[in-house]
Design a protein around this ligand. Structure first.
Ligand SMILES: Cc1cc2nc3c(=O)[nH]c(=O)nc-3n(C[C@H](O)[C@H](O)[C@H](O)COP(=O)(O)OP(=O)(O)OC[C@H]3O[C@@H](n4cnc5c(N)ncnc54)[C@H](O)[C@@H]3O)c2cc1C
Length: 342
């Protein structure tokens, strides 16, 4: 899909009457609603795709649209604003003996809003290293950590550095399990903007992780909570040797937390720096078409008739836990008019 077809009539709100899309051969086509007064266009292109499509359709900041020669339909500077992602950092725990395999589970939520989660058992099989530990595995990290670099810093050199680092992952870190901290409702916000008027070109997106001091402080407190867990006798008995201090675990964890940040210092002396250097995304990004700013409480695009956005771009806040069920329920039960309910 390339854009939403909007009909403009003097004295009336612009009306969504269909969509423009490219067919399999790349030919541009339109699909028009039979009866726009009785029907609607519902956009569910996700946190990146929905704000991108609104902008391409002329709904966004007037100045930015004019720069790209996109005819302005609605001047709304909030389209693409409030992009957010929940940063997480893991501390790896090598264990004496192989431990039972366990998928990620929430261990607890601290009073100041930090999820503490754990997973283990990925060193059990010979091919377990780098593969069988889900979100932290080298392969998954390879496809998914792009958001950890700012668009301007995404370069061939950054990719090559990533490939080099991946070859030298510390095997020791992956013999056991890990405990992670993840920020509930991050206060750091970013922005999405178009790079040009071609839908095939990804927009430029920043999440500005840890730009709000509260997020950084919560990360540090999350790592300290992990330290308290590590210091319990139960954990001391499990880890490779009793002298495994938190400092040693942090040292092991820094190179094991692979992201695409080009300017990592890998300084383990400060927990603030550890948080910044070892930050990973868990791919639960949201925002860009906030309720109250871009859509109303029933997900109708402000200032336009017959157009809704129903997906994760409408979220103001997210705890960072699995969002898919919520998104599916938005589609199923969201306040879409009763005519559209299944
Ligand atoms: C690697 C990874 C692992 C995840 N694991 C989990 C998990 O275990 N549990 C969980 O709950 N959540 C998980 N998530 C998060 C979850 O997938 C998202 O939060 C959720 O899918 C968001 O739903 P959405 O409808 O907003 O967007 P999406 O599911 O992203 O749907 C948007 C759709 O629109 C399409 N689209 C975009 N632009 C256009 C266009 N111009 N034309 C046509 N189509 C377009 C996209 O291709 C996509 O199919 C994971 C995400 C990732 C990336």
């Amino acid at each position: 899909m390339a854009s939403i077809q909007l009909k403009q009539t003097a004295g009336r709100q612009p009306q969504a009457v269909g969509i423009q899309f490219k067919d399999e051969s790349g030919k541009e086509r339109k699909a028009l609603l039979k009866d726009p007064k009785q029907s609607e266009v519902i956009l569910s292109s996700g946190t990146i795709g929905s704000p991108q499509l609104l902008l391409l359709s002329g709904i966004g900041t007037k100045k930015e649209l004019e720069k790209l020669n996109i005819p302005v339909v609605i001047d709304n500077p909030d389209v693409g604003n409030g992009m957010s992602d929940n940063p997480m950092n893991t501390v790896f725990m090598p264990t004496k003996e192989p431990v039972q395999q366990s998928l990620i589970q929430t261990v607890g939520i601290t009073r100041n809003g930090v999820f503490i989660e754990a997973s283990s058992g990925f060193g059990l099989t010979s091919d377990g290293f780098g593969r069988h530990h889900g979100i932290i595995s080298a392969e998954v990290v390879a496809i998914g950590q792009l958001s950890t670099t700012r668009p301007k810093e995404r370069s061939l050199e950054a990719d090559e550095k990533y490939a080099r680092d991946k070859r030298s992952l510390p095997r020791e870190a992956f013999q056991g399990g890990f405990i992670l901290q993840k920020i509930d409702v991050p206060r750091s916000k970013g922005h999405l903007s178009l790079v040009d008027s071609d839908v095939d070109n990804n927009p430029s997106v920043t999440f500005n992780y840890f730009s709000h001091p509260d997020d950084l402080q919560r990360c540090v407190s999350g790592i300290r909570s992990i330290e308290q867990i590590v210091r319990t006798k139960h954990f001391a008995d499990l880890t490779v040797d009793d002298t495994y201090t938190m400092e040693k675990l942090i040292n092991i964890s820094v190179p094991a937390n692979m992201n695409l940040m080009p300017n990592r210092t890998d300084d383990t002396a400060s927990l603030e720096q550890f948080c910044k250097d070892s930050m990973l995304t868990i791919w639960h990004y949201h925002g860009g078409c906030h309720v109250g700013k871009v859509v109303d409480g029933e997900y109708r695009v402000l200032g336009v008739s017959g157009l809704r956005v129903v997906d994760s771009s409408a979220f103001h806040r997210s705890p960072g836990t699995n969002p898919q069920a919520t998104v599916m329920m938005m589609g199923r039960y969201g306040r879409v008019s009763s005519k559209l309910r299944y």
